[in-house]
Ligand binder design. Structure first.
Ligand code: HEC
Length: 130
């Protein structure tokens, strides 16, 4: 139990909610395997991790993916690959915006994949309390 409690208390890239929900040594081994898989497989990134990372996007894009400031786009339900490409373009400088460039410079490829998974899986018709 102590192991699983410590594991689930560890936030960070690659540790999904699914991994944190598992218990016991066998689960720890499986969790490690999943983390390795997550390193190469974009589909392994999950929305739960993305939601935590989206706290830094909340002021402008909302946790519901609906724009909160004039000039920011809605992200909820957007095509996942498009979100990844847009974020990479801001990070590389291929696409420029004062606000987005600053935010994206801090993000890794894993962060971008998790965030895209989160926003792509939101229903744009569901406005949530923030
Ligand atoms: C300070 C406000 C602000 C914050 C914080 C912010 N954004 Fe943005 N974002 C914007 C604005 C404004 C645009 C539109 C920029 C443009 O015209 O290119 C944008 C554009 C985008 C786009 C392109 C959407 C499209 O339809 O092309 C994506 C994807 C995006 N943001 C994701 C994020 C993510 C993920 C985060 C958090 C890690 C984040 N943004 C944080 C303001 C913000």
């Amino acid at each position: 139990m102590a192991i699983s409690r410590r594991r689930s208390a560890l936030p960070g890239p690659g540790v999904s909610a699914r991994t944190a929900a598992l218990r016991g040594p066998a689960a720890a081994a499986l969790g490690a395997a999943m983390m390795i898989a997550a390193a190469d497989d974009p589909a392994a990134h999950d929305a739960a991790t993305g939601r935590q990372k989206a706290l830094q996007c909340q002021a402008c894009h909302g946790l519901d993916g609906l724009a909160k400031i004039p000039g920011a786009p809605h992200l909820a339900g957007q095509v996942q690959e498009y979100l990844v490409a847009a974020m990479r373009d801001y990070r590389s400088g291929a696409r420029k915006n004062d606000m987005m460039t600053v935010v994206m410079r801090q993000l890794t490829d894993d962060d971008i994949a998790d965030l895209a998974a989160y926003y792509a899986n939101l229903d744009p018709k569901t406005k949530r309390e923030q």
